[in-house]
Design a binder for this molecule. Structure first.
Ligand SMILES: NC(=O)c1ccc[n+]([C@@H]2O[C@H](COP(=O)([O-])OP(=O)(O)OC[C@H]3O[C@@H](n4cnc5c(N)ncnc54)[C@H](OP(=O)(O)O)[C@@H]3O)[C@@H](O)[C@H]2O)c1
Length: 284
């Protein structure tokens, strides 16, 4: 099946660059901005995406849809699209467990409209420069999306294996990047609580110099995004548990990010010390 008009749910910082890559490849890209924030509206406008208003109008006007949203909303978005009788191709590019993807596939099989699901996983920063960002694709209908990203900064990259393989790759990748960032934040916070942050830093300088730099980057880069990392960590925990591995690493990482979630709208961010205090909040 050839995709002739692409719907995008929704143009966040990453999503809008997915839309721009599709536009660069010659496709009209449509969005449904009813209920979306001013920031999302501005991004869509600046990228030249066509706002159709409601989800119903978008579903009726597209034969391909890409969903790039917070992981905890992935299922809700797919259910809403299927409830509107969608009959095209649907790419879920969210950071979810392969088993979540298989659950979505069961929903698609049971839906009346005949829509078909493709699995995607995004790795890299928002795709503004070629070579930085991959959209991994898996499942029998994955090749249909490759032409949508023939040009532009996003590299559509097939992953061998069944539907769920692209998500499994994303889960494995983020298990380390975001999981280790949460662990490092907790390590610095515990050292501060025990008043050994200075000696720890000095020991790192001698034996683990890369950690000094990484700890210095600290929480500033992630604090505003932490509200959506909790869901991603829980998807990774689920992936681990289903592979017979301990889920606790990423359940703890989810807790670290949950504690930072109130900084979503913070502008400016408070000083690093205040962020670390939030990480080591005591319960009860
Ligand atoms: N940013 C990155 O560097 C990066 C890297 C790799 C993968 N990704 C993937 O891309 C996803 C989105 O990242 P992003 O950077 O685009 O995030 P973002 O800038 O926070 O944008 C999220 C988008 O989803 C919308 N949204 C928020 N809550 C929603 C909900 N409950 N249901 C449906 N839509 C909702 C937002 O609309 P409002 O503005 O109206 O809230 C916004 O348009 C991530 O979760 C991750 O899976 C991102």
């Amino acid at each position: 099946m050839t995709i002739t008009a692409l719907g995008l749910l929704h143009p966040g910082e990453m999503g809008v660059t997915v839309g721009s890559a599709a536009r660069a490849s010659g496709l009209p890209v449509r969005v449904a901005l009813v209920g979306r924030s001013e920031a999302t509206r501005t991004r869509a406008r600046e990228a030249g995406l066509e706002d159709l208003g409601s989800l119903a109008d978008l579903v009726a006007a597209c034969d391909g849809i890409v969903c790039v949203c917070p992981p905890h909303a992935a299922r809700e978005m797919a259910v809403a699209v299927l409830a509107l009788g969608y009959d095209g191709l649907y790419l879920d590019a969210n950071a979810v467990a392969p088993s979540t993807m298989r659950e979505l596939a069961a929903l698609f099989r049971g839906a009346a409209g005949g829509a078909r699901l493709v699995d995607g996983g995004l790795i890299g920063p928002p795709a503004q420069t070629s070579g930085t960002t991959r959209l991994y694709l898996s499942g029998p209908d994955a090749p249909a999306f490759a032409p949508c990203f023939r040009e532009g900064a996003l590299a559509a990259t097939p992953v061998e294996g069944p539907l769920g393989a692209a998500s499994a790759l994303k889960m494995s990748y983020a298990a380390w990047t975001k999981g280790s960032a949460a662990l490092l934040a907790a390590v610095v916070a515990v050292a501060e609580e025990e008043q050994v942050a200075g000696p720890l830093r000095e020991e790192w300088r001698l034996s683990q110099p890369q950690l000094v730099e990484r700890a210095d980057l600290g929480l500033r880069g992630t604090a505003r995004k932490a509200w959506r990392f909790e869901g991603e960590m829980l998807e990774i925990a689920r992936t681990f548990a289903e592979a017979g591995l301990p889920a606790g690493f990423h359940e703890a990482a989810a807790e670290v990010y949950r504690r930072l979630a109130p900084f979503k709208e913070a502008d400016p961010l408070p000083p690093d010390q205040a962020l670390r205090r939030a990480v080591r909040q005591r319960r009860g």
